[in-house]
Every structure is written in C-alpha cells, then in structure tokens.
Design a protein around this ligand. Structure first.
Ligand code: AMP
Length: 284
C-alpha cells in the first residue's frame, strides 16, 4: 500500500492503472477509521482491481470551528488498518494541496435541487456544498469506476447520487457508479462514528437510547401516523438525561421531503450527547 500526499502523484498512479485497464474503487473518508469505514473499504477491495481511500478532514464542510479542531486524526493508525484490509493507495493531502485560499474561503456553489435545504443541510448551512466540493475533486483526481458511501450519512449519499446522476455535473464522471453501504453498529446498537471517540464511557451508554428508540419506532410505525411516530421518537430521546434531539424527521428516501406514509420512508435523527453531535437513521 502506498501513501500519497500530492495530487500530481495520485494522478500519475491513476493514469498507470487506467493504462493497464484496471478498475478503480474510491472510498472518501475523513480518517479516524473504524469498522464502518472498513466495511466500505472491504467492499471496494473486493469489487475492484485497485482501491483508493482518501483520508482528508475537509475544512470546507465544517461550519463549526471547534468541531473541526476537535475532529480526531491519526493517519498512522488509519494506514495500518487500510493496509490490513488490502487498500492499494491512501490519499492524504493537506488542505493547501486540495484548495487555493480563495476556494477555501468561498467555495463554488452547487445546486442540489433542494436536497441540501432540509435536515443536515438546514442545520449546517454550506455543509453539503463543502462535501460536494471535495468529493467532486476526488472523483476528478481518481477517475473511479465505483465510489462507496455509507447509508449512515443518508442525506450525503442522496446528494452525491444527485450530483452524479441528475445535476449539471451529471455525466462528468464517466460511468461512475455510487454504491451505498449499510450502517455498521456496535453490538449494543450504537452506530459507529469517528465522533464516538469523544464520548465518555457514561455518554456512550447514554447514547444507546438513540438506536434503541429508532428500532422501537419500527414497531410504533405499525400503529401510529408519521407525525405521531416523529413526536414519540423525539420525546423518548429527549426524556433521557444527557441527550437532546436537534431534529428527527421522517422523509421520503428519494426526495428527502416530509412524507405522511411509511412506504419508501427513512427517519433521520441528530442528537447532542453532551457536546458531541451524533447522527443515525432507520429505514421503515
Ligand atoms: P467520514 O469519515 O465520517 O466522512 O465517513 C466516511 C464514509 O464512511 C462515509 O461514506 C460515511 O457514510 C461512512 N461511514 C461512517 N460511519 C459509518 C458506519 N457506522 N457504517 C457505515 N458507513 C459509515
């Protein structure tokens, strides 16, 4: 496995792979890797001749400076894990390698057909613009056949699919296929997240109420309306000391718009556990 920090070097490696007719799978990450990331990388390694994993804490998708500063980073540990799984290249650039100072300050504005105006997008203005800014650049640099994203960040996956299939950029990435991968959880049910590293043992136990309530809500959905289930989930999580729901919305999986039916529906939640912001979702 080779660790690459420069764009030009990455492009040379990609060109050599393409010349040999090798298929390329890309897994974009922000590092602090866990089994959730590993599941994406394993899939990319098994589906493709070459697997590129990017490890880049992308400053333009953070609208909270403290969150950016506190984001866990450990490239050495990440590289060990990736090498064990069989990744071919790790691309770990600096922010300066990825962006000019102008691009850092004022990213190009993408149009996501409204998908970015709800839930995470509403709470974190500019977040998805920053995500697409870096992901589109990674697609350009690595020319992948397939790119792998987790369903844990369901809205992100929907927006990336929109970018590749339906936006003004559609067609710019060849026959790129976006592959969505299921949420990996701890045995306890807690969705794996790099931010879990910032939870104390006590907070981690408290956070279990999030996945437990989402699981219970499937049963509730058999008897109650969408609005009733939204309220019941929100109230149940808020009733746990140390947890505060930022939003819980049941939306259509394709449009991400509010729905009054459980068919093709997903419930997306964001909860503060102390100072740590956790997200999770459940498909009905
Ligand atoms: P991040 O490093 O948090 O930006 O995540 C990189 C990729 O890993 C994204 O596509 C995430 O959706 C995915 N991912 C993060 N956590 C999980 C998880 N628990 N299960 C599956 N995929 C995940």
């Amino acid at each position: 496995m080779q660790i690459i920090t420069k764009k030009e070097e990455l492009q040379l490696c990609v060109a050599a792979c393409k010349k040999e007719g090798k298929s390329i799978g890309l897994v974009p990450t922000m590092g602090a890797l866990h089994e959730g990331h590993a599941s994406l990388v394993r899939r990319a390694v098994s589906d493709n001749d070459v697997c590129i994993v990017s490890v880049f804490v992308n400053p333009t998708q953070f609208n909270n400076k403290e969150d950016l500063a506190l984001y866990p980073r450990d490239l050495e540990r990440d590289a060990k894990m990736l090498s064990g799984i069989g990744a071919t290249y790790v691309f770990a650039p600096t922010p300066e390698e990825m962006y000019t100072s102008e691009e850092m300050e004022k990213p190009f504005e993408f149009d996501f057909g409204g998908l970015d105006k709800v839930m995470e997008g509403k709470m974190r203005p500019g977040h998805f613009n920053g995500v697409v800014q870096v992901v589109s650049r990674l697609f350009y640099l690595t020319q992948p056949d397939k790119a792998y994203f987790g369903e844990k960040d369901f809205q992100q996956l929907a927006i990336i699919r929109f970018m590749v299939e339906r936006s003004a950029l559609a067609g710019s990435f060849g026959n790129l296929r976006i592959v969505g991968c299921p949420i990996v959880r701890e045995e306890s049910g807690l969705a794996l997240s790099s931010r879990n590293e910032r939870l104390s043992a006590e907070e981690k136990a408290t956070a279990l109420a999030i996945s437990r309530t989402l699981r219970d809500s499937v049963e509730w959905s058999e008897k109650g309306s969408v609005k009733e289930v939204e309220k019941r989930v929100t109230d149940a999580i808020n009733a746990v000391e140390g947890l505060e729901v930022e939003y819980y919305e049941i939306v259509d999986k394709t449009t991400l718009l509010p729905t009054d039916s459980f068919s093709n529906a997903i419930g997306c939640v964001t909860v503060y556990c102390g100072k740590v912001r956790l997200i999770d979702n459940i498909q009905y």
